[in-house]
Design a protein around this ligand. Sequence first.
Ligand code: NAD
Length: 503
Amino acid sequence: MSDKTQTAPTRDDWQAHSLDLDIRSGIYIDGAFGSAASGETFACVSPIDGRTLAHIAAGDDADVDRAVRSARAAFEGGAWSLLAPAKRKRVLLKFAELIRRHQDELALLETLDVGKPIRFSRTVDIPLAADCVAWNAELIDKMYDEVAPTDPSVQATIRREPVGVVGMVVPWNFPLLMAAWKFGPALAAGNSVVLKPAEQSPLTALRVAELAVEAGVPAGVFNVVPGFGHTAGKALGLHADVDMVAFTGSTEVGKYFLTYAGQSNMKQVWLECGGKSPHIVFADAYDLDAAVKAAGMGIFFNSGQVCNAGSRLLVQRSIHDEFVEKLKAFAARMVPGDPLDPKTVLGSVVSQEHLEAICGHVETARRSGAVLEAGGSAVAAVPGGSYMQPTVFSGVDNRMPLAQEEVFGPVLAVIPFDDEAEAVRIANDSMYGLAAGLWTSDLSRSHRLARQIRSGIVWVNTYDAGDMTVPFGGVKQTGFGRDRSPHAFDKYTQLKTVWIHVG
Ligand code: NAD
Protein backbone atom coordinates (compact mmCIF):
# COMPACT_ATOMS: atom_id res chain seq x y z
CA MET A 1 0.00 0.00 0.00
CA SER A 2 1.38 3.40 -0.92
CA ASP A 3 1.63 6.08 1.69
CA LYS A 4 -1.16 8.09 0.16
CA THR A 5 -3.55 5.83 -1.67
CA GLN A 6 -5.95 7.11 -4.28
CA THR A 7 -8.79 4.83 -3.20
CA ALA A 8 -9.74 4.31 0.43
CA PRO A 9 -8.04 1.17 1.79
CA THR A 10 -10.16 -1.68 3.10
CA ARG A 11 -9.83 -3.59 6.37
CA ASP A 12 -7.77 -6.25 4.62
CA ASP A 13 -5.45 -3.58 3.20
CA TRP A 14 -4.90 -2.12 6.65
CA GLN A 15 -4.30 -5.53 8.18
CA ALA A 16 -1.81 -6.47 5.50
CA HIS A 17 -0.04 -3.12 5.85
CA SER A 18 0.13 -3.51 9.64
CA LEU A 19 2.33 -6.59 9.18
CA ASP A 20 4.98 -4.80 7.13
CA LEU A 21 5.16 -1.53 9.08
CA ASP A 22 8.63 -0.32 9.98
CA ILE A 23 8.01 0.76 13.59
CA ARG A 24 10.53 3.19 15.12
CA SER A 25 11.33 1.99 18.62
CA GLY A 26 14.38 3.96 19.75
CA ILE A 27 14.89 7.25 21.54
CA TYR A 28 15.24 10.09 19.03
CA ILE A 29 18.00 12.52 19.97
CA ASP A 30 20.03 14.80 17.72
CA GLY A 31 18.41 13.41 14.60
CA ALA A 32 19.19 9.74 15.31
CA PHE A 33 17.53 6.77 16.97
CA GLY A 34 19.31 4.96 19.80
CA SER A 35 18.74 2.69 22.77
CA ALA A 36 18.00 3.85 26.29
CA ALA A 37 21.16 4.30 28.35
CA SER A 38 19.85 1.60 30.69
CA GLY A 39 19.13 -0.74 27.77
CA GLU A 40 15.57 -1.13 29.10
CA THR A 41 12.54 -1.45 26.82
CA PHE A 42 8.80 -1.71 27.35
CA ALA A 43 6.20 -3.59 25.33
CA CYS A 44 3.94 -1.54 23.09
CA VAL A 45 0.69 -3.53 23.11
CA SER A 46 -2.20 -2.93 20.72
CA PRO A 47 -5.59 -2.75 22.45
CA ILE A 48 -7.17 -3.93 19.19
CA ASP A 49 -6.23 -7.55 19.88
CA GLY A 50 -3.61 -7.55 22.63
CA ARG A 51 -0.70 -8.18 20.30
CA THR A 52 2.74 -6.72 21.03
CA LEU A 53 3.64 -4.27 18.27
CA ALA A 54 7.18 -3.43 19.34
CA HIS A 55 9.57 -3.11 22.24
CA ILE A 56 10.19 0.57 22.80
CA ALA A 57 13.29 2.06 24.43
CA ALA A 58 12.37 3.10 27.96
CA GLY A 59 13.99 6.48 28.49
CA ASP A 60 14.82 7.76 31.97
CA ASP A 61 16.95 10.46 33.64
CA ALA A 62 20.09 9.81 31.61
CA ASP A 63 18.25 9.86 28.27
CA VAL A 64 16.25 12.94 29.18
CA ASP A 65 19.47 14.65 30.16
CA ARG A 66 21.06 13.78 26.82
CA ALA A 67 17.97 15.01 24.94
CA VAL A 68 17.94 18.29 26.90
CA ARG A 69 21.64 18.83 26.20
CA SER A 70 21.01 18.25 22.52
CA ALA A 71 18.05 20.66 22.55
CA ARG A 72 20.06 23.29 24.43
CA ALA A 73 23.01 23.05 22.05
CA ALA A 74 20.67 23.37 19.06
CA PHE A 75 18.94 26.36 20.63
CA GLU A 76 22.16 28.18 21.51
CA GLY A 77 23.63 27.36 18.11
CA GLY A 78 20.89 29.48 16.57
CA ALA A 79 20.44 27.46 13.36
CA TRP A 80 16.73 27.30 14.16
CA SER A 81 16.12 29.80 16.97
CA LEU A 82 17.73 32.67 15.05
CA LEU A 83 16.50 31.67 11.61
CA ALA A 84 14.31 34.29 9.94
CA PRO A 85 10.63 33.46 10.61
CA ALA A 86 9.93 33.25 6.87
CA LYS A 87 12.60 30.55 6.57
CA ARG A 88 11.25 28.60 9.53
CA LYS A 89 7.87 28.86 7.85
CA ARG A 90 9.15 27.21 4.68
CA VAL A 91 10.66 24.29 6.59
CA LEU A 92 7.53 23.78 8.67
CA LEU A 93 5.27 23.88 5.62
CA LYS A 94 7.40 21.10 4.17
CA PHE A 95 7.10 19.23 7.48
CA ALA A 96 3.29 19.57 7.33
CA GLU A 97 3.37 18.27 3.77
CA LEU A 98 5.44 15.25 4.82
CA ILE A 99 2.89 14.45 7.55
CA ARG A 100 0.15 14.58 4.89
CA ARG A 101 2.19 12.43 2.53
CA HIS A 102 2.60 9.83 5.29
CA GLN A 103 -1.03 10.09 6.34
CA ASP A 104 -1.83 6.40 5.94
CA GLU A 105 1.29 5.18 7.69
CA LEU A 106 0.76 7.57 10.61
CA ALA A 107 -2.97 6.81 10.81
CA LEU A 108 -2.24 3.10 10.98
CA LEU A 109 0.40 3.56 13.68
CA GLU A 110 -2.07 5.63 15.71
CA THR A 111 -4.89 3.12 15.31
CA LEU A 112 -2.73 0.12 16.17
CA ASP A 113 -1.30 1.96 19.17
CA VAL A 114 -4.53 3.17 20.81
CA GLY A 115 -7.40 1.37 19.04
CA LYS A 116 -9.13 4.42 17.59
CA PRO A 117 -11.08 3.75 14.38
CA ILE A 118 -8.91 4.10 11.30
CA ARG A 119 -11.60 6.27 9.67
CA PHE A 120 -10.93 8.91 12.33
CA SER A 121 -7.17 8.61 12.62
CA ARG A 122 -7.01 8.95 8.82
CA THR A 123 -9.47 11.83 8.46
CA VAL A 124 -9.21 13.63 11.80
CA ASP A 125 -6.04 13.03 13.85
CA ILE A 126 -3.37 13.04 11.15
CA PRO A 127 -4.77 15.75 8.82
CA LEU A 128 -5.44 18.03 11.79
CA ALA A 129 -1.90 17.53 13.06
CA ALA A 130 -0.56 18.52 9.63
CA ASP A 131 -2.93 21.51 9.50
CA CYS A 132 -1.75 22.61 12.94
CA VAL A 133 1.91 22.65 11.85
CA ALA A 134 1.02 24.51 8.63
CA TRP A 135 -1.22 27.02 10.42
CA ASN A 136 1.48 27.95 12.92
CA ALA A 137 4.05 28.10 10.12
CA GLU A 138 1.85 30.53 8.22
CA LEU A 139 1.43 32.70 11.29
CA ILE A 140 5.00 33.11 12.40
CA ASP A 141 6.15 35.57 9.74
CA LYS A 142 3.10 37.76 10.33
CA MET A 143 3.65 38.45 14.01
CA TYR A 144 5.07 41.87 14.79
CA ASP A 145 6.84 43.05 17.91
CA GLU A 146 5.76 46.28 19.61
CA VAL A 147 7.23 49.74 20.10
CA ALA A 148 6.22 51.30 23.41
CA PRO A 149 4.73 54.85 23.49
CA THR A 150 7.63 56.30 25.46
CA ASP A 151 9.20 59.72 25.64
CA PRO A 152 10.84 60.56 22.24
CA SER A 153 14.28 60.36 23.84
CA VAL A 154 13.78 56.63 24.19
CA GLN A 155 13.14 53.78 21.82
CA ALA A 156 11.60 50.90 23.76
CA THR A 157 10.70 47.69 21.97
CA ILE A 158 8.76 44.79 23.40
CA ARG A 159 10.00 41.65 21.71
CA ARG A 160 8.66 38.15 21.63
CA GLU A 161 11.49 35.66 21.94
CA PRO A 162 11.43 31.86 22.01
CA VAL A 163 11.47 30.44 25.53
CA GLY A 164 14.35 28.04 24.88
CA VAL A 165 14.21 24.32 25.66
CA VAL A 166 10.60 23.22 25.91
CA GLY A 167 9.60 19.89 27.47
CA MET A 168 6.33 18.39 26.29
CA VAL A 169 4.50 15.63 28.11
CA VAL A 170 1.36 14.43 26.40
CA PRO A 171 -1.44 11.85 26.79
CA TRP A 172 -2.56 8.91 24.68
CA ASN A 173 -6.08 9.88 23.62
CA PHE A 174 -5.06 11.93 20.54
CA PRO A 175 -1.35 11.14 20.64
CA LEU A 176 -0.15 13.01 17.58
CA LEU A 177 -2.69 15.82 17.61
CA MET A 178 -2.13 16.77 21.27
CA ALA A 179 1.62 16.77 20.59
CA ALA A 180 1.17 18.84 17.40
CA TRP A 181 -0.83 21.48 19.28
CA LYS A 182 2.38 21.96 21.24
CA PHE A 183 5.27 21.32 18.84
CA GLY A 184 3.51 23.29 16.05
CA PRO A 185 3.69 26.70 17.76
CA ALA A 186 6.82 25.81 19.77
CA LEU A 187 8.86 25.07 16.65
CA ALA A 188 7.37 27.99 14.76
CA ALA A 189 8.49 30.32 17.55
CA GLY A 190 12.06 28.97 17.37
CA ASN A 191 12.21 26.77 20.46
CA SER A 192 13.94 23.41 20.79
CA VAL A 193 11.75 20.53 21.92
CA VAL A 194 12.00 17.39 24.04
CA LEU A 195 8.75 15.47 23.66
CA LYS A 196 7.73 12.61 25.94
CA PRO A 197 4.76 10.74 24.51
CA ALA A 198 2.54 8.65 26.77
CA GLU A 199 3.87 5.14 27.34
CA GLN A 200 0.64 3.79 25.80
CA SER A 201 1.18 5.67 22.52
CA PRO A 202 4.79 6.38 21.51
CA LEU A 203 4.66 5.38 17.83
CA THR A 204 3.57 8.47 15.89
CA ALA A 205 5.71 10.86 17.95
CA LEU A 206 8.84 8.90 17.05
CA ARG A 207 7.95 8.89 13.37
CA VAL A 208 7.05 12.58 13.05
CA ALA A 209 10.22 13.78 14.75
CA GLU A 210 12.10 11.98 12.01
CA LEU A 211 9.88 13.65 9.39
CA ALA A 212 10.61 17.05 10.93
CA VAL A 213 14.33 16.53 10.44
CA GLU A 214 13.70 15.24 6.91
CA ALA A 215 11.86 18.51 6.23
CA GLY A 216 14.86 20.54 7.34
CA VAL A 217 14.37 21.14 11.07
CA PRO A 218 17.98 20.97 12.35
CA ALA A 219 18.95 17.84 14.30
CA GLY A 220 18.61 18.45 18.03
CA VAL A 221 15.68 20.85 17.69
CA PHE A 222 13.07 18.08 17.94
CA ASN A 223 13.89 15.17 20.26
CA VAL A 224 11.59 12.41 21.49
CA VAL A 225 12.14 10.38 24.65
CA PRO A 226 9.58 7.61 25.08
CA GLY A 227 9.22 6.17 28.57
CA PHE A 228 7.11 6.12 31.68
CA GLY A 229 5.70 9.08 33.53
CA HIS A 230 7.38 8.48 36.86
CA THR A 231 10.79 8.12 35.14
CA ALA A 232 11.11 10.03 31.85
CA GLY A 233 8.21 12.44 32.53
CA LYS A 234 9.44 13.26 36.00
CA ALA A 235 13.02 13.70 34.77
CA LEU A 236 11.83 16.28 32.26
CA GLY A 237 9.77 18.07 34.92
CA LEU A 238 12.76 18.22 37.27
CA HIS A 239 15.49 19.00 34.74
CA ALA A 240 17.29 22.23 35.62
CA ASP A 241 17.93 23.19 32.00
CA VAL A 242 14.37 22.87 30.72
CA ASP A 243 12.87 26.36 30.44
CA MET A 244 9.25 25.36 30.17
CA VAL A 245 7.02 22.30 30.28
CA ALA A 246 3.80 22.13 28.31
CA PHE A 247 1.70 19.31 29.73
CA THR A 248 -1.54 17.67 28.68
CA GLY A 249 -2.89 14.90 30.86
CA SER A 250 -4.66 14.28 34.13
CA THR A 251 -5.12 16.89 36.83
CA GLU A 252 -3.28 14.65 39.30
CA VAL A 253 -0.14 14.56 37.16
CA GLY A 254 -0.51 18.23 36.20
CA LYS A 255 -0.11 19.07 39.88
CA TYR A 256 3.11 17.03 40.01
CA PHE A 257 4.56 19.27 37.33
CA LEU A 258 3.91 22.33 39.45
CA THR A 259 5.80 20.61 42.25
CA TYR A 260 8.67 19.58 39.95
CA ALA A 261 9.05 23.20 38.86
CA GLY A 262 9.21 24.35 42.49
CA GLN A 263 11.74 21.65 43.33
CA SER A 264 14.02 22.50 40.43
CA ASN A 265 14.52 25.68 38.41
CA MET A 266 11.06 27.34 38.63
CA LYS A 267 10.49 26.51 34.97
CA GLN A 268 7.25 27.72 33.45
CA VAL A 269 4.52 25.10 33.46
CA TRP A 270 1.39 25.15 31.32
CA LEU A 271 -1.35 22.66 32.04
CA GLU A 272 -4.17 21.20 29.96
CA CYS A 273 -5.77 18.72 32.32
CA GLY A 274 -9.01 16.84 32.97
CA GLY A 275 -12.64 17.66 32.37
CA LYS A 276 -16.16 16.68 33.35
CA SER A 277 -17.96 18.88 30.89
CA PRO A 278 -21.67 19.68 31.21
CA HIS A 279 -23.82 19.38 28.10
CA ILE A 280 -27.15 21.10 28.81
CA VAL A 281 -30.34 20.53 26.84
CA PHE A 282 -33.25 22.90 27.44
CA ALA A 283 -36.82 21.98 26.47
CA ASP A 284 -36.78 24.84 23.95
CA ALA A 285 -33.91 23.30 21.94
CA TYR A 286 -34.79 23.91 18.29
CA ASP A 287 -33.91 20.39 17.14
CA LEU A 288 -34.00 17.63 19.74
CA ASP A 289 -32.76 14.99 17.31
CA ALA A 290 -29.68 17.08 16.56
CA ALA A 291 -29.16 17.47 20.31
CA VAL A 292 -29.43 13.70 20.82
CA LYS A 293 -26.83 13.06 18.14
CA ALA A 294 -24.51 15.70 19.61
CA ALA A 295 -25.00 14.29 23.11
CA GLY A 296 -24.24 10.77 21.85
CA MET A 297 -21.18 11.70 19.82
CA GLY A 298 -20.18 14.11 22.59
CA ILE A 299 -19.54 11.13 24.87
CA PHE A 300 -18.99 8.14 22.58
CA PHE A 301 -16.56 9.67 20.06
CA ASN A 302 -13.08 8.17 20.61
CA SER A 303 -14.74 5.83 23.14
CA GLY A 304 -15.25 8.78 25.47
CA GLN A 305 -11.50 9.25 25.80
CA VAL A 306 -11.79 12.95 25.09
CA CYS A 307 -10.87 15.63 27.63
CA ASN A 308 -13.87 17.76 26.61
CA ALA A 309 -16.32 14.83 26.37
CA GLY A 310 -19.82 15.93 27.36
CA SER A 311 -19.84 13.38 30.16
CA ARG A 312 -22.54 15.12 32.25
CA LEU A 313 -25.72 15.49 30.25
CA LEU A 314 -28.12 17.90 31.93
CA VAL A 315 -31.63 17.52 30.51
CA GLN A 316 -34.61 19.69 31.42
CA ARG A 317 -37.12 17.55 33.27
CA SER A 318 -40.06 18.12 30.89
CA ILE A 319 -38.18 16.42 28.01
CA HIS A 320 -36.02 14.10 30.09
CA ASP A 321 -37.76 10.76 29.48
CA GLU A 322 -38.20 11.32 25.75
CA PHE A 323 -34.55 12.39 25.44
CA VAL A 324 -33.25 9.36 27.33
CA GLU A 325 -35.26 7.02 25.08
CA LYS A 326 -33.74 8.62 21.99
CA LEU A 327 -30.27 8.37 23.52
CA LYS A 328 -30.75 4.68 24.23
CA ALA A 329 -31.64 4.14 20.58
CA PHE A 330 -28.52 6.11 19.55
CA ALA A 331 -26.32 4.05 21.90
CA ALA A 332 -27.78 0.80 20.56
CA ARG A 333 -26.56 1.73 17.08
CA MET A 334 -23.00 2.34 18.34
CA VAL A 335 -21.56 -1.16 18.38
CA PRO A 336 -17.84 -1.48 19.11
CA GLY A 337 -15.95 -3.01 16.19
CA ASP A 338 -12.52 -3.68 14.73
CA PRO A 339 -10.73 -0.29 14.51
CA LEU A 340 -9.04 -1.39 11.28
CA ASP A 341 -12.43 -1.73 9.58
CA PRO A 342 -13.13 1.62 7.86
CA LYS A 343 -16.83 1.26 8.76
CA THR A 344 -16.13 1.13 12.51
CA VAL A 345 -17.16 4.25 14.44
CA LEU A 346 -16.50 2.97 17.97
CA GLY A 347 -13.11 1.29 18.46
CA SER A 348 -11.39 -0.09 21.53
CA VAL A 349 -10.32 1.80 24.63
CA VAL A 350 -6.59 2.35 25.09
CA SER A 351 -5.69 -0.72 27.19
CA GLN A 352 -7.01 -3.60 29.22
CA GLU A 353 -6.02 -1.75 32.38
CA HIS A 354 -8.07 1.27 31.33
CA LEU A 355 -11.04 -0.94 30.40
CA GLU A 356 -11.00 -2.38 33.91
CA ALA A 357 -10.91 1.14 35.39
CA ILE A 358 -13.93 2.14 33.29
CA CYS A 359 -15.83 -0.96 34.43
CA GLY A 360 -14.95 0.01 38.01
CA HIS A 361 -16.61 3.42 37.50
CA VAL A 362 -19.69 1.66 36.08
CA GLU A 363 -19.90 -0.60 39.12
CA THR A 364 -19.58 2.37 41.49
CA ALA A 365 -22.35 4.19 39.60
CA ARG A 366 -24.64 1.17 39.91
CA ARG A 367 -23.94 0.89 43.62
CA SER A 368 -24.58 4.59 44.19
CA GLY A 369 -28.10 4.26 42.79
CA ALA A 370 -27.80 5.50 39.19
CA VAL A 371 -30.07 3.73 36.68
CA LEU A 372 -28.31 1.80 33.91
CA GLU A 373 -30.18 2.62 30.67
CA ALA A 374 -27.74 1.21 28.08
CA GLY A 375 -24.51 -0.77 27.87
CA GLY A 376 -22.52 -1.24 31.04
CA SER A 377 -20.21 -4.07 30.02
CA ALA A 378 -16.97 -4.88 28.27
CA VAL A 379 -17.34 -6.74 24.97
CA ALA A 380 -15.01 -8.90 22.87
CA ALA A 381 -15.41 -7.08 19.55
CA VAL A 382 -12.05 -8.56 18.51
CA PRO A 383 -10.59 -11.46 20.52
CA GLY A 384 -7.87 -10.27 22.90
CA GLY A 385 -8.90 -6.61 22.57
CA SER A 386 -10.27 -4.05 25.06
CA TYR A 387 -13.76 -2.85 24.10
CA MET A 388 -16.50 -1.14 26.08
CA GLN A 389 -20.18 -0.81 25.25
CA PRO A 390 -21.55 2.72 25.02
CA THR A 391 -23.10 3.21 28.42
CA VAL A 392 -25.84 5.55 29.65
CA PHE A 393 -26.90 6.12 33.26
CA SER A 394 -29.94 8.18 34.21
CA GLY A 395 -31.05 9.27 37.67
CA VAL A 396 -27.59 10.67 38.40
CA ASP A 397 -27.14 13.18 41.18
CA ASN A 398 -24.34 15.64 40.52
CA ARG A 399 -22.69 14.73 43.83
CA MET A 400 -22.28 11.08 42.80
CA PRO A 401 -18.76 9.92 41.83
CA LEU A 402 -20.01 9.34 38.25
CA ALA A 403 -20.75 13.08 37.94
CA GLN A 404 -17.61 14.30 39.70
CA GLU A 405 -14.85 11.92 38.57
CA GLU A 406 -13.41 11.72 35.09
CA VAL A 407 -14.20 8.22 33.70
CA PHE A 408 -12.49 8.86 30.36
CA GLY A 409 -14.61 6.18 28.72
CA PRO A 410 -17.94 5.91 26.84
CA VAL A 411 -20.04 6.40 29.96
CA LEU A 412 -22.68 9.12 30.15
CA ALA A 413 -24.31 10.50 33.30
CA VAL A 414 -27.78 11.99 32.66
CA ILE A 415 -28.83 14.54 35.27
CA PRO A 416 -32.30 16.14 35.26
CA PHE A 417 -32.85 19.84 36.07
CA ASP A 418 -35.89 22.10 36.40
CA ASP A 419 -34.83 25.62 35.47
CA GLU A 420 -31.97 27.73 34.16
CA ALA A 421 -30.60 28.64 37.59
CA GLU A 422 -30.40 24.99 38.59
CA ALA A 423 -28.71 24.08 35.30
CA VAL A 424 -26.00 26.70 35.87
CA ARG A 425 -25.52 25.63 39.47
CA ILE A 426 -25.06 21.97 38.49
CA ALA A 427 -22.86 22.84 35.50
CA ASN A 428 -20.48 24.82 37.70
CA ASP A 429 -20.45 22.27 40.53
CA SER A 430 -17.25 20.56 39.35
CA MET A 431 -13.55 20.94 40.06
CA TYR A 432 -13.01 21.03 36.29
CA GLY A 433 -13.76 23.79 33.79
CA LEU A 434 -12.81 22.76 30.27
CA ALA A 435 -15.92 22.94 28.08
CA ALA A 436 -19.70 23.18 28.15
CA GLY A 437 -22.48 22.84 25.62
CA LEU A 438 -26.03 24.12 25.62
CA TRP A 439 -29.05 23.67 23.40
CA THR A 440 -31.67 26.39 23.44
CA SER A 441 -33.65 28.55 21.00
CA ASP A 442 -33.52 31.48 23.41
CA LEU A 443 -30.79 33.85 22.27
CA SER A 444 -30.74 35.79 25.54
CA ARG A 445 -30.39 32.61 27.53
CA SER A 446 -27.47 31.44 25.39
CA HIS A 447 -25.63 34.72 26.05
CA ARG A 448 -26.44 34.63 29.77
CA LEU A 449 -25.23 31.07 30.21
CA ALA A 450 -22.15 31.54 28.07
CA ARG A 451 -21.16 34.19 30.62
CA GLN A 452 -22.22 32.30 33.76
CA ILE A 453 -20.68 28.91 33.04
CA ARG A 454 -17.10 28.64 34.26
CA SER A 455 -15.21 26.92 31.47
CA GLY A 456 -12.70 27.68 28.74
CA ILE A 457 -15.16 26.91 25.92
CA VAL A 458 -18.95 27.15 25.57
CA TRP A 459 -20.73 25.66 22.56
CA VAL A 460 -24.26 26.73 21.70
CA ASN A 461 -26.48 24.45 19.59
CA THR A 462 -23.49 22.26 18.70
CA TYR A 463 -20.83 20.30 20.58
CA ASP A 464 -17.10 19.73 20.22
CA ALA A 465 -16.69 22.16 17.33
CA GLY A 466 -13.67 24.35 16.63
CA ASP A 467 -10.50 24.73 14.63
CA MET A 468 -7.06 26.29 14.75
CA THR A 469 -8.50 29.81 14.83
CA VAL A 470 -9.85 29.52 18.38
CA PRO A 471 -8.05 28.76 21.66
CA PHE A 472 -8.53 25.46 23.47
CA GLY A 473 -8.04 25.07 27.22
CA GLY A 474 -9.73 25.40 30.55
CA VAL A 475 -10.12 27.04 33.92
CA LYS A 476 -10.23 25.76 37.52
CA GLN A 477 -8.44 22.40 37.89
CA THR A 478 -8.47 21.83 34.15
CA GLY A 479 -5.43 24.10 34.14
CA PHE A 480 -4.25 27.23 32.39
CA GLY A 481 -2.75 28.33 29.12
CA ARG A 482 -4.26 27.76 25.72
CA ASP A 483 -3.46 25.55 22.76
CA ARG A 484 -4.36 26.65 19.18
CA SER A 485 -4.87 30.18 17.81
CA PRO A 486 -2.29 33.00 18.10
CA HIS A 487 -2.76 32.82 21.88
CA ALA A 488 -0.72 29.59 21.94
CA PHE A 489 2.32 31.80 21.28
CA ASP A 490 1.84 33.29 24.74
CA LYS A 491 3.23 29.98 26.02
CA TYR A 492 6.01 29.46 23.51
CA THR A 493 7.39 32.98 23.56
CA GLN A 494 8.42 35.35 26.31
CA LEU A 495 8.46 39.12 26.29
CA LYS A 496 11.67 41.10 26.44
CA THR A 497 11.82 44.85 26.90
CA VAL A 498 14.70 46.64 25.20
CA TRP A 499 14.93 50.27 26.36
CA ILE A 500 17.34 52.34 24.28
CA HIS A 501 18.27 55.85 25.32
CA VAL A 502 18.34 57.77 22.06
CA GLY A 503 19.19 61.13 23.59
P1 NAD B 1 -1.78 11.02 32.58
O1 NAD B 1 -1.79 12.26 33.41
O2 NAD B 1 -1.80 9.72 33.29
O3 NAD B 1 -0.49 10.99 31.64
C1 NAD B 1 -0.18 12.07 30.80
C2 NAD B 1 1.31 12.10 30.58
O4 NAD B 1 1.95 12.34 31.83
C3 NAD B 1 1.88 10.78 30.04
O5 NAD B 1 2.88 11.08 29.10
C4 NAD B 1 2.46 10.14 31.27
O6 NAD B 1 3.52 9.25 31.01
C5 NAD B 1 2.93 11.34 32.06
N1 NAD B 1 3.05 11.08 33.50
C6 NAD B 1 2.31 10.22 34.24
N2 NAD B 1 2.73 10.24 35.53
C7 NAD B 1 3.74 11.13 35.59
C8 NAD B 1 4.57 11.59 36.65
N3 NAD B 1 4.46 11.11 37.89
N4 NAD B 1 5.49 12.54 36.36
C9 NAD B 1 5.63 13.02 35.10
N5 NAD B 1 4.89 12.62 34.07
C10 NAD B 1 3.94 11.68 34.30
O7 NAD B 1 -2.98 11.17 31.56
P2 NAD B 1 -3.44 10.16 30.43
O8 NAD B 1 -4.10 9.00 31.11
O9 NAD B 1 -2.33 9.90 29.49
O10 NAD B 1 -4.51 11.05 29.63
C11 NAD B 1 -5.79 11.25 30.07
C12 NAD B 1 -5.92 12.59 30.76
O11 NAD B 1 -5.51 13.63 29.87
C13 NAD B 1 -7.37 12.92 31.11
O12 NAD B 1 -7.40 13.47 32.40
C14 NAD B 1 -7.76 13.95 30.07
O13 NAD B 1 -8.81 14.80 30.45
C15 NAD B 1 -6.48 14.68 29.89
N6 NAD B 1 -6.48 15.43 28.64
C16 NAD B 1 -6.66 16.79 28.68
C17 NAD B 1 -6.70 17.55 27.51
C18 NAD B 1 -6.91 19.05 27.54
O14 NAD B 1 -6.64 19.70 26.52
N7 NAD B 1 -7.35 19.63 28.63
C19 NAD B 1 -6.56 16.90 26.27
C20 NAD B 1 -6.38 15.51 26.25
C21 NAD B 1 -6.33 14.79 27.45
